[in-house]
Design a protein around this ligand. Structure first.
Ligand code: G5P
Ligand code: MG
Length: 235
């Protein structure tokens, strides 16, 4: 029975452009009790508000570099805390954090105290040629983190967010040069992170050239093993 199943606390691992944001939105529609936080979206919101972290983030992000581990860990734990998600009953999904083994270890020690550790890590594997073709067409709505692609999921009105009617923008780190650096960074930091979660016995991998192919695999991983309400038909 669902009574013996655990609440979902999941991390998405995947290269820049692999579809973490896109698949997060789809998962939240299928599993409406689950909440999500994207570290990149948090940083872009701080940048828009021109906070101290936002100013720092702008420098790192524009170069395609990762921000220091301590800063990211503090930011994300503060965010989880402010949403009252540091409890063993909470069910949530993280996109983009932890992304180094040091961040993983820090998050683990913080969550242990609340008996609220991660219990599923899903690595997205999408061919690099496919990813590169997507990025030139990406538009984002910064306040919500919603992502669009001019060919795959275009906004109803060009340049305008479907939900709020506010303007969309391009990401400053989506230029060919910076994007390549982000991909290289990802591959350089992935191995120890992946090993850490494989050791913990919670790492799963899904493969596919499109989010439509990946999504059902993801849905199955969550539906069968976690106590979360499932909405089969999505509009
Ligand atoms: P972010 O914001 O975490 P990345 O680099 O991890 O950025 P990104 O670029 O946001 O990841 P994504 O979320 O995996 O990619 O992909 P997405 O936006 O959903 O999809 C990409 C595009 O493809 C979209 O246009 C989408 O519509 C389209 N698409 C999706 N599926 C399909 C499909 O099937 N077909 C087609 N044709 N298109 C599709 O991090 C940014 C920066 O913040 C800092 C770093 O500087 C980082 O570079 N940062 C951190 N630094 C240190 N530690 C951390 N933990 C940090 N987190 C963030
Ligand atoms: Mg994203």
């Amino acid at each position: 029975t669902s009574g013996s199943l655990r609440p979902l606390r999941m991390l998405f691992l995947g290269a820049p452009g692999s579809g973490k944001g896109t698949l997060t939105s789809r998962l939240l529609r299928a599993f409406p009790q689950v909440g999500s936080v994207s570290s990149g979206d948090l940083l872009r919101q701080q940048m828009a508000e021109k906070t101290e972290i936002g100013k720092l983030a702008a420098e790192y992000i524009s170069r395609g570099e990762l921000l220091p581990d301590e800063i990211m860990t503090r930011l994300l734990i503060r965010e989880l805390d402010s949403r009252q998600w540091l409890t063993s009953r909470a069910t949530w999904l993280l996109d983009g954090f932890p992304r180094t083994d040091i961040q993983a270890i820090s998050l683990h020690s913080a969550l242990k105290a609340y008996n609220a550790d991660l219990n599923l890590v899903v690595e997205l594997k999408v061919p690099e040629s496919v990813i590169l073709a997507r990025i030139v067409n990406r538009y984002v709505h910064v306040p919500s983190g919603r992502v669009y692609n001019l060919s795959y999921n275009p906004p109803k009105v060009p340049g305008i967010d479907d939900v709020t009617g506010e303007p969309l923008s391009r990401r400053p780190d989506d230029t060919a040069e910076v994007f390549q650096r982000r991909l290289d960074k990802y591959h350089a930091t992935l191995k120890p992170l992946r090993e850490y979660y494989a050791q913990a016995g919670i790492l799963k991998t899904v493969y596919g050239e499109t989010s439509n192919i990946i999504f059902p695999q993801l849905e199955a991983l969550v539906k069968d093993s976690f106590a979360v309400q499932y909405v089969a038909k999505q509009i």
